[in-house]
Structures are given as structure tokens and as C-alpha cells.
Design a protein around this ligand. Structure first.
Ligand code: ADP
Ligand code: MG
Length: 290
């Protein structure tokens, strides 16, 4: 099983769109896939037409009590594609869990019940608080969606460093695996230059021993495509909404490259009981929503 945290501290970069559609593409290629909505905005749940109410068991309930039956909370939205939904009460998790000794390991515990999936993808909030740390502790790797604009390079270096360092505090085997370019405008000189710079940056990090030293820039970039922005209002993945548009084709090809990358790498999704939380330094990392 591969467990992927989709992370970027910036909002609006394509995290939710990528989690939904990359996950849906993997499901279509035969992977039993689970999407976890870890953002209190609940955009992933809404994108897939799930409106959780007070009677729904959500990720918040499971974080507070990991012994609840997590499989009952799953909503199947397409063949091979299930969702662990959120609602806006998830925002309270931060303070509700604050004084719990195992506050970063709750999700990992929940995932013990999810042995039947090949892939779990987590849509993380744009901050490095308790929710994201739960995601990092439970993940084998991090996927960073970003846009190729001119501040991207400064941002991405810092982001990979922070996520890598913080992540390893709760999960020593965490790998900052890949970057996906979203809303890409490949015809612009700026985007081309940023992509070139990104390649150089990642090449220079090779063999550095840092958590992001094996980070790959995934192909292809996902082009800007209005269908991807329309699909959420219909509560559908891009494949249910318009399976032949550029957005669907790009996410399909992106899924193929992720699966090809995984075929070449060892799998290190953490299991509960192995890899203890060594120190709690990460507990003090403040949220940062820019
Ligand atoms: P995040 O989860 O990082 O905040 P979203 O995935 O919600 O970002 O994307 C931000 C906005 O951009 C959303 O309205 C989404 O529909 C739109 N969007 C994302 N990817 C694309 C794309 N490739 N082309 C066009 N619009 C996109
Ligand atoms: Mg989002």
C-alpha cells in the first residue's frame, strides 16, 4: 500500500484537484484507492458530491476515537474509489487533540483498518498543524502540487525542506517523492524557465541525503483546463464529468507516471508499532497559511 500526503502550504495551487483526479485515475487503472479529506474546508468531499452531516462518521470522529469502525465511514463514489469525508468541524481537531500524547499518530492508527487499499491519498490543509502531521506520520510519501510561477522556486525549496524535516520528526521513512505542476501554461517563457530551474534544483539535491533528495518532477504537467474547475460543481471527478478533455488526459498520464515511479521504488508505508515517535519537536510547529 502507498500512502501519499498531497501538500503545499499555499492555497489554490491544485491540491484538492490533484488528490481527486489523480486518485480517480489510479482507481480507473485498477488500484483500490481511498481519498482522505483532511482539510477543514471539506473541498474534497464537496468535489465528489459528499455532504457530510451530523450523522455521518467523518475523519474528525475517527481522529478523536481511532477505535471507531473506519470502514463504515467510507463512501464509495466510483468503482475502486472510496472517500473518507470531512466536514467543517474538522477545524476543532487542532485544539481537541492538543493535549493528547499520541496526537500525531491517530490517523496511522485509523489506517490499520484500511489494509484492503492499494493507494491512500490525503488532501492536506495549507498549514503544518496537527492534521498535516497526522498525514505525514501515516504516509509513505509526499506529493507537492505547484504552479510554475516566478516565486515558485524559492517557495518549493523551503517547502520541501520544512515538510521533509518536520515529516521525519514523526515518520523517519517519509519520502518527499514528487512534484506535480498544476494549471500549467507551458507556452509561456516564464513557465519554461521555472521548469528548467526546478530540474536544476532537484538535480542538485540528488545524493544530498536530505528527505527530498529523491524528489522527482512528474510528467506531464497538468495544463490549465476549465473542465477541471467545472467538475466540482457537479460533484464529479474529471473522468465522470468529461473523460476526454485535456484535464482528464493529463491526470490519466500523471497517474501512469506515478505508478511507473513506484514500480522502481521500495514501499515504505509506515505500519503502526514500527517507527515510534522519537521526539515531539514537531509538535511545536506552527500553522502557516499563506
Ligand atoms: P488547493 O486545494 O490547493 O487550494 P484547488 O485544487 O482547490 O487548490 O484548486 C484551486 C482552484 O483552481 C479551484 O477552483 C480548481 O477548480 C482550479 N483548478 C485546479 N487545477 C486546475 C487546472 N489544471 N485548470 C483549471 N483550473 C484548475
Ligand atoms: Mg484544497
Amino acid at each position: 500500500m502507498r500512502t501519499v500526503s498531497v501538500i503545499n502550504q499555499k492555497g489554490g495551487v491544485g491540491k484538492t484537484t490533484t488528490t481527486v483526479n489523480l486518485g480517480a485515475a489510479m482507481a480507473q487503472s485498477g488500484c483500490r484507492t481511498c481519498l482522505v479529506d483532511l482539510d477543514p474546508q471539506a473541498h474534497l468531499s464537496l468535489h465528489l458530491g459528499i455532504r457530510a452531516d451530523d450523522d455521518t462518521t467523518t475523519v474528525y470522529d475517527l481522529l478523536l476515537d481511532p477505535t471507531l469502525d473506519a470502514r463504515e465511514a467510507l463512501v464509495q463514489v466510483e468503482p475502486n474509489l472510496s472517500v473518507l469525508p470531512a466536514e467543517t468541524d474538522l477545524v476543532a481537531a487542532e485544539s481537541d487533540l492538543a493535549s493528547e500524547a499520541d496526537k500525531h499518530l491517530r490517523l496511522r492508527k485509523v489506517f490499520e483498518q484500511f489494509q484492503d487499499f492499494d493507494v491512500i491519498m490525503l488532501d492536506c490543509p495549507p498549514s503544518l498543524g496537527v492534521l498535516t502531521l497526522n498525514a505525514l506520520a501515516a504516509s509513505s510519501e509526499v506529493l507537492v502540487p505547484m504552479q510554475a510561477h516566478f516565486l515558485a522556486l524559492q517557495g518549493v525549496g523551503k517547502l520541501l525542506e520544512t515538510v521533509g524535516m518536520v515529516g521525519r520528526g514523526v515518520n523517519p521513512t517519509l519520502r518527499v517523492g514528487a512534484i506535480a505542476l498544476c494549471m500549467h501554461e507551458g507556452h509561456t517563457t516564464l513557465a519554461r524557465e521555472v521548469v528548467e530551474d526546478l530540474h536544476t534544483f532537484l538535480d542538485n539535491a540528488r545524493d544530498s541525503g536530505m528527505p527530498w533528495s529523491g524528489c522527482r518532477l512528474l510528467e506531464p504537467p497538468v495544463r490549465r483546463n476549465v473542465k477541471l474547475a467545472e467538475a466540482p460543481s457537479f460533484g464529479q471527478s474529471i473522468f465522470a464529468y468529461d473523460s476526454s478533455c485535456n484535464g482528464a488526459n493529463d491526470y490519466r498520464r500523471l497517474a501512469m507516471s506515478v505508478l511507473a515511479m513506484w514500480a522502481l521504488q521500495p514501499n515504505n508505508t509506515p505500519a503502526m508499532n514500527e517507527g515510534r515517535l522519537e521526539d515531539d519537536a514537531a509538535a511545536n510547529v506552527a500553522g502557516d497559511d499563506h
